[in-house]
Design a protein around this ligand. Sequence first.
Ligand SMILES: Nc1ncnc2c1ncn2[C@@H]1O[C@H](COP(=O)(O)OP(=O)(O)OP(=O)(O)O)[C@@H](O)[C@H]1O
Ligand SMILES: [Mg+2]
Length: 401
Amino acid sequence: MRILLYTGKGGVGKTTVAAATGLTLAARGLRTLVLSVDAAHSLADAFDLDGRLADKRRGAPMSVAENLWIQEVDVTEEIGRHWQDISGYVATLLAVTGIEEVLAEELAVFPGMEEVSALLYVNRYAREGAYDVLILDCAPTGESLRFVSLPPTLDWYMKKLFRVERSLLKVARPMAERVTSLPIPSERYFDNVKELAGKLDGVDALLKDPATTTVRLVTNAEKIVLRETQRAFMYFGLYGLTVDAVIVNRLLPQGLADPFFGKWRRTQDRFLSEARGYFDPVPIWTVPLEDDQVVGAAGLAKLGAALYAGLDPAASFRTTPPYRFQKKPGHYVLTLDLPFVQKEDVELAVASGDLIVTIGNFRHHVPIPRTLSGLVPTKARVEAGRLTVRFERGAAEAERG
Ligand SMILES: Nc1ncnc2c1ncn2[C@@H]1O[C@H](COP(=O)(O)OP(=O)(O)OP(=O)(O)O)[C@@H](O)[C@H]1O
Ligand SMILES: [Mg+2]
């Protein structure tokens, strides 16, 4: 199953483009599901179906055309059904002061339940093979980043904390319950987390494999929107996802006689050519501003035709994963593509077998492969949008031979 993730700044046209892509692919005979991951759903509105979705099928896939389904995940329903215990526990623990700082910090990034429910669907559909293409109509950039950062965070939690917590509690529970006011998670909590992790197993690899998943950033040819797109581009790289196209929506027609719109078009031209420069070699696709809002299948199909003229929307337009390890004589090099990043923005640390890359508020644990264990990072540099970290034997290991 191919996964296409459409995201970008609020209001740029993500839902419209995702819906138009769905129609284009369905018309080519591919079984396609457009899944709305945004809590503020507007996918059904884009298809002009508000009335039809109001029935009891809300939350489930609904057929909108031949080979095409849409689904607006009902988060409240999902959480109510599956994760009351976990979310309840995490919330309680966070509310209690006095937990170790590190633990609190890690728990704060513990899965957002909304994103988890969407991820569960992604994994389930991939396992079932029910669709050829899954299109994710995502929330604005920030939340989408939380979405893609969840699988590695959960994986990290399961590997590094979960087992320790569980086995410690087995021994300490009777005493802990007497001496502490901290909520002690029940065995059921652990079973729930384990079950959840089992259902999400593999989704991380799906998202990071550019042959399966690619991200398409929807943007407008304006300075502020483009700046956010550049940041999004970098952060998706940080989380190991491949952006394979940037879609510039709402371009005014060329050669407008009207001075007001003529000026706008010149601004757009300037930022469009800047965008081509920044994102190279990632392709830039453009979408004209229509003369009215784009609502309903006919308008969406027309927009899809303008956007994909001659292109197969299901193809992967870029297949280089954003990070890779290479063996060099006497050392290893980790290369991480972080376009637009400045040296001073990046912080690096190593902890329990992970390289921790922090940029602004985003942090990612890059697992260091087993072959590199025992090696230490000796040099890091940021150059031309690329972070390279050199791993060598530390002095102590070198002495031991
Ligand atoms: N190329 C276009 N021409 C004309 N109207 C457009 C175009 N693209 C999007 N629109 C209109 O702009 C509005 C917002 O689009 P849309 O809902 O797709 O944005 P979004 O990025 O998904 O917003 P949100 O951040 O709220 O999810 C809609 O009314 C849509 O019909
Ligand atoms: Mg939207």
